[in-house]
Write a protein that binds this ligand. Structure first.
Ligand SMILES: C[S@@+](CC[C@H](N)C(=O)[O-])C[C@H]1O[C@@H](n2cnc3c(N)ncnc32)[C@H](O)[C@@H]1O
Length: 71
């Protein structure tokens, strides 16, 4: 999917992963807490977390293409 389709063509793409961000914010964890997005793909979640000041984020995905896009 990541090799042949743009983010707009993939059904799970969210411009703003609002629910995930709200749930993470509700935890009130320190900004240097370790966060891992398992199956993170090319999601913008990590970008929003970085913008929010989080500094210890890992994205795990089985797709090298997804991780290349995310980088
Ligand atoms: C439905 S997509 C969601 C991607 C991302 N979380 C998002 O919201 O855009 C599922 C993701 O899980 C990844 N995935 C599937 N099986 C996996 C596995 N065994 N280990 C790591 N990632 C996996 C896929 O490559 C894909 O990026």
């Amino acid at each position: 999917m990541y090799q042949t389709k743009s983010p707009e063509e993939i059904s799970w793409t969210q411009k703003n992963p609002a629910t995930s961000l709200r749930l993470i914010n509700q935890l009130n964890i320190p900004k240097d807490s370790a966060i891992i997005d398992v199956g993170g793909g090319d999601s913008k979640l990590v970008d929003f977390l970085l913008d929010d000041g989080h500094t210890n984020i890992t994205v795990l995905d089985i797709s090298a293409h997804a991780l290349a896009l995310a980088k």
